[in-house]
Design a protein around this ligand. Structure first.
Ligand code: ADP
Ligand code: MG
Length: 245
């Protein structure tokens, strides 16, 4: 019996005056990779943001459970501490905070343990090497002047350094060239193991080359319109979303 990590039940959520998610239910076990597909504007990013506790969204109904505990009242940092990680569709630039400092602070905040600078730096350099990132990036301000692809790669660096239990990846592969998608996909597959899970929003099946999708959910206008195994990805690629409407 697999251990349940995330459970969402009949989730209704949105912004002031607008319902975006209209009854989403979803369950992710440890060790699994789930993929969320859906046309632009169907509510995919909203779902990720609501799971992470983004204050801009309001949950009107339904529950979000993480390891059996209702987390819907928790702040984003409290959810991060429980082991939830969100990689943004459009990562923010943070002038004045270097990549290394941000990562060290984030890991200390999540684990509650002091990081020894030299050991941390060594691990960071090694991890950056696996993502083919130049070591000089660790001294640069977070995402400032980074290309789209570098920002996405930096999100995977965060994933590998923070080692959450649940990785929410919102189009981490979009806008990347073929080689960069391979690197991102390799990074996610290095992260993934039997004790964690990934929920991946993508339009590009290449990110799944190094990962086996256990379950696919298609979001259409704020509801799950279809669910299935990896074969659903092929069907959508072939026939589009129109058949599901
Ligand atoms: P997706 O990620 O599937 O493309 P989103 O979750 O970003 O879709 O958006 C779903 C819908 O909700 C869109 O119509 C979008 O304009 C709207 N929406 C999302 N966030 C906000 C917000 N903060 N304020 C107003 N509308 C929003
Ligand atoms: Mg989106």
């Amino acid at each position: 019996m697999k251990e349940k990590l995330l459970e969402i039940t009949d989730l209704h959520a949105g912004v002031e005056g607008k319902e975006i998610l209209k009854g989403v239910s979803l369950s992710v076990n440890k060790g699994e990779v789930h993929v969320i597909l859906g046309p632009n504007g169907s509510g995919k990013s909203t779902l990720m943001n609501v799971i992470m506790g983004h204050p801009g969204y309001r949950v009107a109904k339904g529950g979000i459970f993480f390891e059996g505990r209702d987390i819907s009242g928790l702040k984003p940092f409290e959810r991060a501490r429980l082991g939830i990680f969100l990689s943004f569709q459009a990562p923010e630039e943070i002038p004045g905070v270097t990549v290394e400092n941000m990562l060290r602070m984030a890991r200390e905040a999540v684990t509650g343990k002091h990081e020894r600078i030299f050991a941390f730096r060594r691990e960071l350099k090694e991890t950056m090497k696996t993502l083919q990132m130049d070591p000089s990036y660790s001294e640069r301000y977070l995402n400032v002047g980074f290309s789209g692809g570098e920002k996405k790669r930096n999100e995977i660096l965060q994933l590998l350094m923070l080692r959450p239990k649940l990785a929410l990846l919102d189009e981490t592969d979009s806008g990347l060239d073929v080689d960069a998608v391979q690197i991102v996909s390799g990074g996610v597959s290095r992260f993934h193991n039997e004790d964690n899970a990934c929920l991946i929003i993508t339009h590009n099946t290449r990110i799944l080359e190094k990962l086996k999708a256990d379950r696919v959910h298609v979001l259409l206008d704020g509801t799950i319109a279809e669910e299935g195994g990896p074969e659903l990805i092929e069907a959508i690629n072939r026939e589009g979303y129109a058949q599901l409407r």
